[in-house]
Design a protein around this ligand. Structure first.
Ligand SMILES: O=C(O)CCC(=O)/C=C/C=C(\O)C(=O)O
Ligand SMILES: [Fe+2]
Length: 313
């Protein structure tokens, strides 16, 4: 058994935001550290925990969690499009083992994924097909949300199963931390947005896709200028979460209330579920240490942006 974890924020705005030079330099260093970590570790297979932003999962049928036995990246925000190299038999064995532990995972024989899933692979390998890759979707934008405790238990079941594999496994958790980008919400959706949230008109015509993306790019520009009507970042909440995750005792996350997470850290703060599952997988099979930590609230990305690398001790 060998398991390591790379947990990092993603942002659709990385290629579109106008960042200060010092922030760009810091992010370059952070991504270089992530890349070094992954290349030094040299995994045989990647197990990837990520949300979706209404590109592969919609309100016509919204699972809490889903393992892909096969998957295609849709290529939003300039991310790499195409088939991922999903080893179907491994994905199936993982899903069956986790379900047998009492976690109600869904499975997909044809999953579609977006930037949330593939961005870390692009950053560390420059190619989403560089390694055999098992995508696990964790719903982080579409209420109602599962209790966070269940996400921790999902991660633990996952870790226990991965520990039985001969392969060297890299877990990637992609998402978070506090952020509230303008992802349409069912509760406040216009009729056109509701149709989008229901997965109608897929694949989106190029014009509609461009308009959707431009809305996020414009919101980031306004947020940086202090004029956007979205929730502020919550650096204290982010730092406390990073502290809990690094401590090795994840029990405090069991008391996180989903509505409170939304209130304090924004509608997309639930993406930290991917981090909680990844850390729980590590915790389930040994003690661990965080080797590298980066955190900065970056308004131009609408993100409490973080990266950590984690190994067993
Ligand atoms: O339909 C839309 O407008 C979706 C917007 C979207 O995809 C935003 C994504 C934001 C993130 O992935 C993020 O900040 O984590
Ligand atoms: Fe996201």
């Amino acid at each position: 058994m060998t398991l390591a974890l790379l947990a990092m924020s993603h942002s659709p705005l990385l290629e579109f935001a106008d960042l200060d030079a010092d922030v760009t330099a810091e992010l370059d260093q952070t991504f270089a550290a992530a890349k070094d970590f992954v290349h030094d570790y040299d995994p045989d297979i990647v197990v990837n925990l990520a949300p979706d932003h209404y590109n592969g999962f919609f309100y016509n049928l919204m699972p809490a969690y889903c393992v892909g036995y096969a998957a295609t990246s849709i290529g939003d925000y300039g991310s790499q499009a195409g088939r991922l190299d999903v080893p179907e038999a491994k994905a199936r064995s993982l899903a069956e083992a986790v379900i047998a532990e009492g976690i109600d995972l869904s499975v997909s024989l044809e999953m579609e994924v977006d930037h949330g899933t593939v961005q870390p692979m692009e950053i560390v390998y420059g190619d989403i097909t560089a390694k055999p890759f098992i995508p696990i979707f964790i719903n982080s934008v579409a209420p109602p949300f599962t209790p966070v405790k269940r996400v921790r238990q999902l991660g633990e079941a996952l870790g226990r199963h991965l520990a039985t594999w001969d392969e060297k496994v890299l877990l990637i958790s992609s998402g978070g931390l506090s952020h509230d980008p303008p992802v349409p919400r069912l509760a406040t959706a216009t009729p056109a947005q509701r149709a989008m949230l229901m997965g109608e008109n897929q694949p989106l015509p190029a014009e509609a896709r461009a308009a959707r993306q431009q809305r996020v790019i414009d919101a980031a520009r306004d947020f940086a200028a202090g004029t956007a009507d979205i929730q502020d970042l919550a650096p204290e909440w982010d730092r406390e979460l990073l502290r809990i995750l690094a401590s090795g005792d994840l029990s405090p996350v069991d008391t996180f209330d989903p509505d409170e997470m939304t209130r304090i850290a924004g509608n997309s703060s639930h993406e930290v579920r991917t981090w909680i599952a990844g850390y729980a997988a590590m915790a389930a099979v040994g003690t661990y240490e965080v080797q590298h930590t980066y955190y900065r609230p970056i308004r131009e990305l609408i993100a409490g942006f973080a990266m950590t690398t984690v190994v067993h001790t």
